[in-house]
Design a protein around this ligand. Sequence first.
Ligand SMILES: *Cc1c(COP(=O)(O)O)cnc(C)c1O
Length: 768
Amino acid sequence: MNLNLSYQDFCKFSNASIHRLKSNESNELIDEIVFDSRRVVFVKNVLFVALKGDFRDGHDFISDAYDKGIRMFLVSKEINLDQFPEGIFFICNHVLESLQSLASWNRKRTKTKVIAVAGSHGKTTVKEWLYHLLSPHYRVYRSPKSYNSQLGVPLSLLQLTDQYNYAIIEVGFSLPGEMKKMKKMILPDYGIVTSFSSTKISAFKNQEHYNNELLSLMFGVKNTIASSLLGISKEQINEISLVEIAPQSLKLQQLDSRWRNPVSIQNLSLAFGMAKIIGINKDDLLKRVSTIPSLAMRLETYDGINNSIIINDTYNLDMNALSSSLAYQKAISFKLRRIVVLALDSQMEENSEEIQKEVNAANPDIFIELNSEEEFNLDISNAVVLLKGNQNSFIKKIAQKIKKQTHSTVLEINFSAIRENLSFFRKKTAPNTKVLCMVKAQSYGSGLEKMALFLEAQGVSYLGVACVDEGVELRKSGVQIPILVLNMQQENFKPCIDYNLEPAIYSFVQLDRFIRELIDHKKTNFPIHLKFDTGMHRLGFNYKETSRVLEMIKSQPEVRIKGLFSHLADSGSTASEFTKKQINCFDKIKKMICENQSSPIISHLLNTDGILNYGKFQYDMVRLGIGMYGISSKEIKELKSVFSWKTIVSQVKKIEIGDYVGYSKGFQTNKPLKIAIIPVGYADGFRRILKNGQGGVYIKGNFCPTVGNICMDMAMVDIGQNKVEEGDLVEIIGENQTIAKLANSMQTIPYEILTGISKRVHRVYIED
Ligand SMILES: *Cc1c(COP(=O)(O)O)cnc(C)c1O
């Protein structure tokens, strides 16, 4: 802030009066306003406003602010002045209202054009993206995250100075009448309405009242835009232009998967539309769109190693965000040291002097700047470390490195390895063979949504799920490619139709019922995949039923055969007679169906092992599952392992001759033993069969067999003569213990291991 206000002017614009003034200080200026005594960094020319909130009253923190060196206060209560001999007090009726009228004054005096962003969802995203689009051309202020309230907005407006060409201000409301006050303060030059939700209207009579309150902010504001999808009528607001949500014109096709999500496209269309109104050339904007940041932009705070606290603020590095991060660091550091680690990229070099000044003013104990991937080996014990950067990957790596390992067990999924595996299988298939990726069972335990979006972004043609619910979940997260549902049950016909999922049809009863449902929905030509049983004897029509299936479908315009498939029972063994029979049978069926059908049909037969052992029979598509994770029945060295399952030693103890370990006296030792207790048990998927040395884990590269029974949430392992401490890393699956090895100990197959790692095990996705 740079208010530059004399006491007299301050009183005039905020409707306050001077409560006590020490005559010799009457020429001090008020430049800055703070309201949280914990966040006080600077004290000179700073005024503390004693706001009343739901849970605290700022008047209770005056002495704290005073102790930190603040001398000017805006209050609404009588204060015992003797307590603050050097204090200068301004008194008003209502502190927030005074602040609002001061903000209103500041807004009027600046030439900055203000863009107000209102709506129930998407405000922050639109604000950030618009900022990204405008910032190469103008100096732009944007309100800090969620500074959109009756307090946040005035605080933002107080930041405005003529140095900014534009200000993007997020505006929220919760009660009737609030928008009127906002409008008087903000005087928007431009407006963006992002969305109307029906879940946030509690204080309003109905949706219409809510919408009208929201729109009243923009009434008469020239250059207001909203999505044409919101159904705003011209009567509700004048001067509004409605933006068509048209991804084609944003050239989003070639970009990553987040643009497949309709909400993102809408937010981007709005930011884009506003930037165009402001006069930025469309080609410039299109170029800029490709660099729009993902909004994982929250300031993250977590425990670091050696009793440190890490503030990970690597989203953006503009001056505004920097000063608030520094203030936050100060606020939480108490007696801990403060370390600031700054990563400058070339874009920020020009501001580097300004940044250094700002950091030095906050007076941290250590301040280092990194320009490249130099090793970071600072002693961070007992410090609050602020990592500040501009989406630099190397500072993100530092952030990971100094993160304290928590006691929860994690399953790491390596996206880079999956990418390599996909490319291996891509090379095994002909260029025009489609690839369907199976993501059933939470994508073999790796996480349904994350994997699906990742695979879609890689460009696979199809996804396959076991049940309709999974398909619905994928559609809701924005997946747009076709989805095959292997096992559609009658109660899920409707969502299957509504969400455009393609069901596998395997019986006459099912087909008949599904057609009836389609008739009810007045649907025709709905795509289905016929599933034939060629020897597996699981779901599927028998090949003898082929002509009857064809008859039935011919007379029913409701469905169309889009795909035809079967599944191999023994694809893991090479040159198997049994498999050849299955393939022959499938060939026959395919021939019959294709002869009777004019439109093309996607035939598909092979799973992972099928691709590896019977690659000639790819037909039009393959169904890749476990191979993505680097697993197959053959050992293939090009395939990369994807999973590592890790935890941490909870405790280490010695046991003496004759001692028992675990439930039911499951183990008794005949020699002194050192054991580690690990927080993984059968409820995590570390099964009971692994008890008493039938399985184990690796600690620091050494195998440690289990002792006693496996408990629900814990297990005990023998650490031998190795030096093991609490907090040491434990590998359950990883470099030493492959999934195949663990599967062997559990007397099962990798599929069951992966899908049996319970939900409570944290999934963490990494790329290297
Ligand atoms: C699970 C499944 C696959 C994938 O099998 P993988 O062996 O994991 O590659 C393919 N087709 C069907 C019908 C499946 O159920």
